[in-house]
Design a protein around this ligand. Structure first.
Ligand code: PRP
Length: 181
């Protein structure tokens, strides 16, 4: 296991992640059979999850990437989203699955769903690795959730703090002393 001195504890092990990713990929493969879904990775946090999830699916899928910023360098959501990179595939009539690392306030996902809906997608669903229901400030549906987590600052398996720790292979809680207020 890769770890780091600023990690307080491992919250979800790589084995637990692998098992849940496989299970979720099976569900998606069954639900989207013959639909050729467009799987959209929301960079950067979802990149690791996206790579494992899509490779575990046993149906035809297409992939594309978006980059959205909502957090800046800190730990609190600003409540606004900024589109940094857009998809290149036309969404009209497509069954879209947004793949996120974490749904926190829900603001990013709600805005994204509205945006992709407006572009004529046939359906827009969301699949996230982590959800923090206690932090939700808006009403947004998350169709596939791998793990619900408490309100702690989590990093690893794609998730960062100030761009670090994305390469840890488990989901970990960061030591409070490592977070600059
Ligand atoms: C994170 C995460 C979601 C969003 C969730 O992205 O990937 O996109 O925040 O927060 P919300 O539910 O409160 O809107 P972040 O801006 O940290 O960028 P990153 O994926 O590049 O790390």
């Amino acid at each position: 296991m890769k770890t780091h001195e600023n990690i307080e504890k491992v919250l979800i092990t790589k084995e637990e992640i692998a098992e849940k990713v496989k299970e979720t990929a099976e569900k998606l493969s069954a639900d989207y059979k013959d639909k050729n879904p467009l799987m959209i990775c929301v960079l950067k946090g979802a990149a690791v999850f996206f790579a494992d999830l899509t490779r575990a699916m046993d149906i035809d899928v297409e992939t594309d990437f978006m980059a959205i910023s909502s957090y800046g360098g800190g730990t609190k959501s600003s409540g606004q989203i900024r589109l940094i990179k857009d998809v290149s595939i036309n969404l009209v009539g497509r069954d879209v699955v947004i793949v996120e690392d974490i749904v926190d306030s829900g603001n990013t996902l709600k805005n994204l769903k509205t945006l992709l809906d407006a572009r004529g997608a046939r359906s827009v669903a969301a699949c996230c690795l982590l959800s923090k229901p206690s932090r939700r400030t808006c009403d947004v549906g998350v169709e596939y959730v791998c793990f619900e987590v408490p309100d702690e600052f989590v990093v690893g398996y794609g998730l960062d703090y100030a761009e670090k720790y994305r390469n840890l292979d488990s989901v970990c809680v960061l030591r409070k002393e490592a977070i600059k207020s």
